[in-house]
Design a protein around this ligand. Structure first.
Ligand SMILES: [Fe+2]
Length: 342
């Protein structure tokens, strides 16, 4: 099989392809790596047929829905997944066939209700059910240590010990293990009595993952992350650098409107000289009165350079086709020593 592991911090994702037919799947793709998966597929001449999430991730942003839309290939999850964008749903024991690859789902609830492991040839993609030297946690939404016990000891660990283990996470730079090595050495698997295992999982007291609510919201519903919204807006509008704006303002242009979209207090405390104030929250309501000329060149800015991008995209949507955003915000403007008007 053609195989690539893509590491994003502690997240591990995979491109697995059939060398004969060049069909492929992506497993647990991470949102910042979309171009990489596509580039890797191109390098091998692979066509991505399915995008698989082993479970609803609570700790990172899945690229499944976006890749599905880009590639026209369905997102695959377990039947228990709440994600409305999952176009194929696998039940325990069912297989996806991609060329000569057989990708078999093993339902392994516990980390989440919709967790599954994927057996492909000599390896098993364990998601967060089994990690190298660890297991997925069971204290997040739909987690259940009792179910994890059954999934591990009653299912996954009864498979061929020679199977290579490729998990969805590793925080120590390891790429894989084997089931046999995990049975022998994984500290979490040494509690082989149900009650002791459950107690150990309950006593872990782990901190909530960063971005958990946003990850769950977007991964469960297919909604957008804040980063995605900003990236989409940024792709729609050109930006202007601080230096360029400063240089242009020095020439006292009469065809350039600098628009401060922050709240009133922030504007009054100090703004770019000559800036017009129109808070982003009131943009649509007041724009007709305040900016009658849709051909005007507009540079929006805010405190950090993010909301201004959304504001410029909104203005473009309203027909202000020369709306641009400042690359940076008032904070950088101030700290760089450019003039401030109060
Ligand atoms: Fe997870």
């Amino acid at each position: 099989m053609l195989f690539e592991q893509v590491v994003t911090g502690g997240c591990l994702s995979y491109l697995v392809g059939c060398p004969d037919t060049l069909g492929a799947v992506v497993i647990d793709p991470e949102i910042s790596q979309i171009d990489r998966y596509r580039a890797l597929a191109t390098r091998y001449g692979l066509q991505i047929r399915f995008i698989i999430d082993t479970h609803t991730h609570a700790d990172h942003f899945s690229a499944a829905q976006q890749m599905s839309q880009l590639l026209g290939a369905p997102t695959v999850m377990h039947v228990a997944s709440p994600a409305p964008h999952a176009g194929r749903r696998l039940d325990d024991g069912e297989m996806l066939i991609v060329g000569n690859l057989r990708i078999q789902a093993l339902h392994t609830p516990g980390h989440t209700r919709d967790s599954m492991c994927l057996i492909v040839g000599d390896r098993v993609f364990t998601g967060d059910t089994l990690l190298i030297g660890g297991t997925g946690r069971t204290d997040l939404p739909t987690g259940d240590p009792d179910q994890l016990y059954d999934s591990l000891f009653g299912k996954l660990l009864t498979l061929d010990p020679a199977l290579l283990v490729y998990p969805a996470h590793d925080y120590k730079g390891r790429s894989h293990s084997t089931l046999g090595a995990e049975i022998a050495d994984n500290p979490r698997l040494q509690k082989r009595e149900r009650e002791a295992f459950i107690q150990m999982m309950r006593d872990l007291n782990l901190a909530a993952p960063t971005h958990m609510t946003e990850a769950l919201r977007t991964n469960m519903t297919g909604g957008k992350t804040v980063g995605q919204l900003l990236a989409e807006a940024a792709a729609e509008v050109p930006h202007i650098g601080l230096d360029e704006l400063s240089r242009r303002l020095a020439g006292r242009p009469n065809d350039l409107l600098v628009l401060d979209v922050r709240e009133e207090g922030a504007f009054k405390a100090g703004h770019i000289p000559g800036a017009h104030h129109l808070p982003r929250g009131q943009l649509e309501l007041r724009v007709n009165d305040e900016i009658p000329d849709p051909t005007l060149r507009i540079v929006t800015y805010c405190e950090f350079g993010k909301i201004s991008t959304l504001a410029a995209a909104t203005l473009r949507g309203l027909g202000f086709m020369r709306a641009t955003a400042l690359d940076g915000g008032m904070k950088t403007w101030r700290e760089s020593g450019y003039p401030v008007e109060t």
